[in-house]
Write a new protein. Structure first.
Length: 288
């Protein structure tokens, strides 16, 4: 049988990305946390963590983390029928893209967080790579743009977010006087959310351009919009976030008629319990 005290230590070490910070969370010394991980590895007969160059779970460690998260969720359901069990507030670690977080997510989860006493541990991740977090056992669920579920998981289509290539009118007049063209794309500074963000590349490909372009990196949805409204660059922004700025004329499209529709899929493990099922229902209603 697995010792869930050891699994808990593994989960905290991965979540905190280190033994020292994990010890602070667990109320243990760094040495004691290390001993728990070693005891787990001795029990399994194989390592559960890769310690260099970056701390990460091994394939065996990933499977244990996935199992541990599912057990936690199932125990939550069990407490409903056995109230004498210790009732701790459930915590869900979820990978979510920043644009969803600043637009529709809060309203979608507010009721269930209040009714269930649910605590969220949100990991900001681009919608194109969030699924890797679930596969690695780092999160219990994720929002991403990939429809195909991984083995043992489910995928539910929630809806889509529309992104427009926006900038200030003055910026457009300066860099796009002739509209979207090769010369403009080569000289106009774009704004890109992060190294994994492919929205700008997809927009340029939609316009027939596949070459180099200058860009700022800004891993903040709010900062992204602030840079654009200040005239620093242009970029792909969700209509849900900047609808009022578009309506007031503060931001306009550098390529009218062009937009990207990014689908959102909710991925979670099949045997995650009733709490995940109820959360899924709330999310589905929010996007329909």
């Amino acid at each position: 049988m697995l010792d869930y005290k050891l699994l808990h230590a593994l989960a905290i070490v991965v979540e905190c990305e280190g033994f020292e910070r994990a010890g602070d969370v667990l109320g243990l010394s760094q040495s004691a946390v290390s001993q728990r991980i070693k005891a787990l590895e001795v029990r399994l007969g194989q390592p559960v963590l890769i310690r260099s160059p970056h701390l990460a779970p091994t394939p065996a460690g990933q499977r244990l983390l996935t199992h541990y998260q599912q057990v936690q969720l199932l125990e939550r359901d069990l407490r409903g029928s056995l109230p004498t069990l210790d009732d701790q507030a459930p915590r869900l670690r979820i990978a979510i893209n920043a644009d969803s977080l600043v637009t529709w997510w809060a309203e979608a989860v507010a009721t269930i967080c209040q009714e269930e006493g649910l605590l969220l541990d949100l990991v900001i991740e681009d919608q194109d790579v969030g699924l890797k977090r679930l596969r690695d056992g780092d999160v219990a669920a994720c929002l991403c743009a990939t429809p195909q579920p991984i083995a043992g998981a489910r995928s539910v289509a929630l809806g889509e977010m529309r992104y427009h290539p926006l900038a200030t009118p003055a910026y457009i007049e300066r860099y796009f006087p002739e509209g979207p063209c090769k010369e403009s794309f080569q000289s106009a500074p774009a704004i890109v959310f992060g190294p994994h963000d492919q929205l700008q590349h997809r927009f340029l490909a939609q316009c027939g351009y596949h070459g180099h372009f200058p860009y700022h990196l800004c891993p903040s949805s709010e900062g992204f919009v602030r840079l654009a409204t200040a005239g620093v660059g242009y970029g792909m922004m969700p209509q849900l976030q900047v609808g009022e700025l578009m309506a007031s004329g503060q931001l306009a499209s550098v390529a009218p008629g062009h937009f990207l529709a990014v689908p959102l899929y909710w991925h979670f493990w099949r045997h995650s319990g009733q709490l995940i099922q109820r959360l899924t229902q709330h999310l589905s209603r929010a996007m329909t």
